[in-house]
Design a binder for this molecule. Structure first.
Ligand code: ADP
Length: 587
């Protein structure tokens, strides 16, 4: 199954993840190289300490005078100061690399999401997309910013310490390797168990949080239905589950951490014992033993940092695989240009994902400038028809064309100019009213913006504290549902496309406002095609033609008068609706 067909977004392979990491490093190769050089120099200055102390031990045995010992000690201070400064610089530069790389990943993630085909977004669901662009990106960014550069520094330090030990005494240096077997075994066992344990603990925590929040936010319902004990029991059970999972992590750490400590002492003890014996037998100098033992001791710091970062690296790799996966979705090759605004659906069959067909050979033609109302029972496929015309979905069989070309092939900028679909879902961006409107046309001046607001009856804008500059959205100036719908209609007027599809777009407005908004739109869009999916038969009555959609087919098509005369489904709907209206008036 191709990525587009599957409802879940793809996940990048380990190879693709490695390539992505490599790309990040190559992009910042200068900074990366400088960070490595700084840490290399810092590690060399640090490793010089035990080496020089070893020399002092041997020197004292060889009869060095105090002035010489003092000079070496002074050099030692110099090394400590140099190490501190270089580490600081290296860290700062490492953070800068992390900041820039994570900013790039964030931007790239956003760009990729924006480039996703609409139907992929619809099918993936906002949950998967938003975790990938927030939580997953944060995990990767966290690693790039702090743990990543720290581990690089730690690896460099380990290498330098080992090299210094070989420089001092190659045979003793070989003993450093005794740290490896327990370390590798412990790491293998820990990583294998830690990841599922951490994931399970996180899952348990989110279950618990969700249950507690649900109980708290639904407190009234809980009280009304006397559900207190049941909700408390759910809370207890989930808290218990989390406790068990936390204990598992503590259990894992309780053997992992002491094993690490033990592993670090092994090379020190081995060097002291074997080196001590060798020194007594004249095979090694006392200074070399001291230096190598101190170097072995120095290994524990960086090794510890590497071990601790193992699970974080695994998590970040998994997160990066999900972030990169978004980029694996093939962008659609939409390059066709429309010639005109004729809308034609011929023998269209369609179903969502792997589900069976819901449109069964639907035929419909809408002439340029025509006002078509689409009515029919809920679930008949009306919105699906709108999605197909707007080029969001592609038919399984038959053709859906606009301006003579398949609507799903029309180039995005052309499609935007040709067709606009307005549904009940209107998004208000946390931005000024001006920016919210300018989405539809960024070259519109204030006069044009105010004009469209007036035309859709959005007189409320006159009361806004900062006029067009008022920031809208949650936490700022929230809009009522009806207001967001007017905003959406105002955007349509600004965009001024050839074809407008209103899918129950005025459902949140009261009957009078809905009628007024639709009438305003009809006037404003004179000469344009207007397809209105509606359950308000008054709107249908005003249309040039009405299409009745039932069970995925157009079952009736004609003007209001024709359909009422034909005594079919529409006539029955009209009778019920107008009868109800008469009754409502009489009441
Ligand atoms: P209408 O607009 O006439 O109410 P729709 O076109 O919304 O009908 O829905 C037609 C059928 O397709 C319904 O059975 C609905 O459950 C199903 N459907 C609609 N949208 C989706 C979707 N995104 N994924 C899966 N099934 C869907």
């Amino acid at each position: 199954m191709s990525a587009v067909e599957s409802s879940r977004l793809p996940v990048a392979t380990p190879r693709e993840v490695r390539r992505a990491v490599l790309e990040l490093l190559v992009r910042e190769k200068r900074t990366v190289a400088l960070v490595c050089v700084l840490h290399l120099a810092a590690a060399a200055a640090g490793a010089a300490l035990p080496v020089m102390l070893g020399r002092v031990v041997d020197g004292i045995g060889d009869g060095w005078d105090t002035a010489r010992v003092d000079a070496v000690c002074l050099a030692l201070f110099g090394c400590v100061a140099a190490q501190m400064t270089l580490v600081r610089l290296g860290r700062r530069l490492g953070h800068r690399f992390g900041d820039r790389s994570s900013a790039r990943i964030r931007e790239q993630a956003l760009e990729r999401v924006l480039r996703l085909p609409m139907r992929t977004v619809e099918r993936a669901g906002t949950g998967d997309l938003s975790t990938r662009t927030t939580g997953d990106v944060d995990t990767v960014a966290g690693l790039l910013r702090s743990t990543g550069p720290e581990v690089v520094a730690a690896v460099i330090e380990v290498l330098v310490v080992v090299a210094a030990a070989f420089f001092v005494d190659p045979l003793l240096a070989l003993l450093l390797a005794v740290v490896l077997p327990p370390l590798l075994l412990a790491a293998r066992a820990y990583v294998r168990r830690a990841r599922p344990a951490f994931l399970a603990e996180r899952a348990a925590l989110s279950d618990l949080t969700e249950a507690l929040t649900a109980s708290a936010t639904g407190a009234r319902t809980v009280a009304a239905h006397r559900l207190e004990e049941r909700r408390a029991a759910v809370g207890h059970r989930l808290a218990e589950e989390r406790y068990v999972r936390q204990r598992r992590i503590i259990g894992l750490e309780s053997w992992f951490l002491p094993t690490l400590d033990l592993a670090y002492t092994l090379p020190v003890s081995a060097i002291l014992c074997a080196g001590g014996l060798a020194a007594l037998g004249g095979g090694a100098s006392a200074g070399a033993v001291v230096a190598c033992a101190m170097l072995a001791y120095r290994l524990s710091g960086p090794l510890d940092r590497i071990m601790y970062a193992l699970t974080e690296f695994q998590e970040a790799a998994a997160a990066l695989a999900r972030v990169e996966g978004v980029g694996a979705v093939e962008p659609e090759a939409r390059t066709a240009r429309t010639a005109g605004s004729d809308v034609a659906l011929r023998r269209v069959t369609f179903g969502y994902g792997a589900a069976p067909d819901i449109l069964h050979g639907l035929d419909l033609r809408v002439r340029p400038g025509e006002r078509l109302a689409v009515v029919g029972p809920s679930g008949a496929g009306k919105s699906t028809v709108a999605w197909l015309i707007a080029g969001i979905e592609r038919p399984r069989g038959g053709t859906v064309s606009i301006g003579g070309v398949p609507s799903a092939d029309v180039a995005p900028e052309d499609l935007r100019r040709t067709v606009v679909l307005v549904t009940q879902e209107h998004h208000v961006f946390a931005a000024s009213l001006r920016d919210n409107l300018a989405l539809a046309r960024d070259d519109a001046d204030d006069e044009a913006l105010l004009d469209v607001l007036r035309r859709v009856g959005a007189t409320w804008f006159e009361d806004l504290p900062d006029g067009l500059d008022t920031v809208l959205g949650e936490g700022h100036h929230p809009l009522a549902l009806a207001q967001t719908q007017q905003l959406a209609l105002a955007r349509v007027l600004l965009a001024d496309p050839d074809v407008v599809i209103l899918d129950e777009a005025t459902v949140g407005l009261d009957t009078r406002s809905a009628g007024a908004a639709e009438a305003a739109l009809a006037t404003a869009l004179a000469g344009r095609t207007l397809i209105t999916i509606t359950h308000r038969l008054q709107a249908a009555q005003a249309a040039d033609r009405i299409a009745v959609v039932e069970k995925g087919r157009v079952t009736e098509l004609g003007s209001h008068t024709e359909l009422v005369a034909s005594r079919g489904t529409y006539a029955a709907l009209w009778e019920t609706w107008s009868g109800g209206r008469v009754r409502r008036r009489q009441e």
